[in-house]
Design a protein around this ligand. Sequence first.
Ligand SMILES: NC(=O)c1ccc[n+]([C@@H]2O[C@H](COP(=O)([O-])OP(=O)(O)OC[C@H]3O[C@@H](n4cnc5c(N)ncnc54)[C@H](OP(=O)(O)O)[C@@H]3O)[C@@H](O)[C@H]2O)c1
Length: 268
Amino acid sequence: MELNLKGKRALITGSSSGIGEAIAKTLAAEGVFTIVHGRNEQRGREVMDEIIQNGGKAAVAIGDLSKDESAQKVAQEAMQAFGGIDILVNNAGGGGSLSWFDASTTDWANAYQQNVISTIRMIQHFAPLMKESGWGRIINIASGVATQPTTAIADYAAAKAAVVNLTVSLAKELAYSGITVNTISPGTIRTPGLEKAVRGIAAEQGWDTDDWSELEQRTAREIWPNPTGRIGRIEDIANMTAYLASPLAGFINGANYRVDGGNIASIN
Ligand SMILES: NC(=O)c1ccc[n+]([C@@H]2O[C@H](COP(=O)([O-])OP(=O)(O)OC[C@H]3O[C@@H](n4cnc5c(N)ncnc54)[C@H](OP(=O)(O)O)[C@@H]3O)[C@@H](O)[C@H]2O)c1
């Protein structure tokens, strides 16, 4: 399928690793001029170099999005790289405390800064510019725990629920502008952080194996069960992002797409 993305310009926050890195590489392979972002400059530049070596166009913008000043600098650098942004993927985020009462009020506020206000900072910068150009895509990365929280990482889950919510209000706010706003809610996706967590669980549970495919299968059946029977790949999220970013997805607006192998037991 031709996605008609060639020559569009995208900022993918948090693309120095994990899901964001796959999104940046997938969009670049579709001919999108990509801006790789993260706090770690070296890793950001490595991703950018790989995209360029593979024939893509890329630049970097480096900085912490949980603070106004550094986020403003990121937005300006991203803007200058290719003269504008058509696609904004708010992927940077993460964190969260292990249990409800371990999380201090500062932890709750930090989770909100890290996952929600970081997203709002980029939206406030780029949405008015997209509005002027009459076309744009804003894709926010939330999580399955936004819909079905557990007792763990409650601060993170509540922050991600706010991301799902603000996506809908923003889609309405930007009515008739040519901009669509959608959320993708990943399930468990294999990243270095997730793999470490799975290996920790395996040790705790006394599973007698180091073999990743066995660990993955048990995790996807016993710990975070889903009917597909595997942990997600970063490309699973990247492919959905590429479609939502494309002109083909122009009638999809204010939606939340679960990409979780069926983990979240909800009809919608
Ligand atoms: N992996 C999963 O199973 C999973 C499941 C559901 C949702 N998600 C969501 O998917 C997104 C990506 O997750 P991931 O697993 O790919 O994470 P990851 O591998 O830890 O990567 C996170 C990325 O975000 C950047 N980042 C984090 N906080 C930032 C901040 N305050 N300012 C600027 N950059 C920041 C990191 O930059 P540096 O490393 O360069 O500092 C990195 O590029 C997150 O929003 C996460 O909540 C992940």
